[in-house]
Design a protein around this ligand. Structure first.
Ligand code: SAM
Length: 248
């Protein structure tokens, strides 16, 4: 039976494509891409000649039917997105769900993903994290999501568009206070890759310091709230204080 391959592509640096991704893209009958014109550059670069068709948020239902038929007919299909790992804040979920339901084999290749790349170099806790994708655009919905971070002790990871990055950091300051630590990762794997690790005010100052600082691609990470269990009960704190007074 044919297989649907989920194939990650670079998020900026073409050298980040894997050998296996090149091999799979070179071997399949069809490549479903978010934007075929955009992906043509990548495919040309690696001399990949498979037929392409578009699969994006607005035609995913229709394309899914067509691709499932191709797969059931024995043709191999690879899914790519404009950058990084398909389905991660990118189309593909409808297709993968349908393939699974139809008993079609689905194989995902590991590869570039902005969230994981940013998190691993952020210096924030990585043992537990929540990927939030993009915040809602509407103000109330944004603030509702951000309110859930108040007591969250693990790291939160957001994608954000350049036109909203400054507003988002301001909203985080409003929702979580001025002391919550943030890490902003910009232009990952590209020439001007930058990490800024600071309080909301520090990040805001950096974004406002130079117009180019607000351009490009961003992953914004929010440190977890300090665990409540770290705080000793008030009786214990009072006792500690008294004991300290007796120390030399
Ligand atoms: N599927 C992709 C992945 O695996 O990372 C993400 C697709 S999502 C539509 C695009 C968002 O990912 C951007 O708005 C930005 O937040 C983040 N992103 C993608 N490439 C990036 C990069 N090179 N540096 C920082 N953030 C990036």
């Amino acid at each position: 039976a044919a297989t649907l391959y989920i194939v990650p592509t670079p998020i900026g640096n073409l050298q980040d494509i894997t050998q296996r991704a090149i091999d799979v893209l070179g071997a399949v009958d069809w490549i479903a891409a978010e934007d075929t014109r955009h992906s043509q550059k990548l495919l040309q670069h690696f001399s990949i000649q498979a037929k392409t068709l578009s699969l994006h948020d607005h035609n995913e239902e229709k394309r899914t039917q067509m691709l499932c038929n191709k797969l059931l007919g024995g043709e191999a299909v690879a899914l790519i997105s404009d950058a990084g790992t398909p389905l991660i804040s990118d189309p593909g979920f409808v297709l993968v769900r349908a393939c699974r339901a139809a008993g079609i084999n689905v194989v995902a290749l590991p590869g570039p993903c902005a969230a994981i790349t940013a998190l691993s170099a952020s210096g924030l806790a990585t043992d537990r994290f929540i990927f939030e994708g993009f915040l809602p655009v509407k103000n109330q919905a944004r603030m509702n999501v951000l309110a859930t971070l108040l007591d969250r002790t693990c790291t939160s990871v957001f994608y954000e568009a350049p036109r909203r990055i400054l507003d988002t950091v301001n909203d985080i300051k409003t929702a979580l206070g001025p002391d919550r630590h943030l890490v902003l990762a910009k232009e990952l794997t590209k020439t001007f890759e930058t990490y800024v690790s600071d309080t909301p005010d520090g990040i805001i100052a950096w974004l406002e310091a130079d117009a180019v600082h607000q351009k490009g691609e961003f992953v914004l990470m929010v440190a977890g709230a300090p665990p409540a269990s770290d705080e000793l009960p008030s009786e214990a704190m009072a006792l500690l204080k008294r004991l300290k007074q007796d120390l030399p």
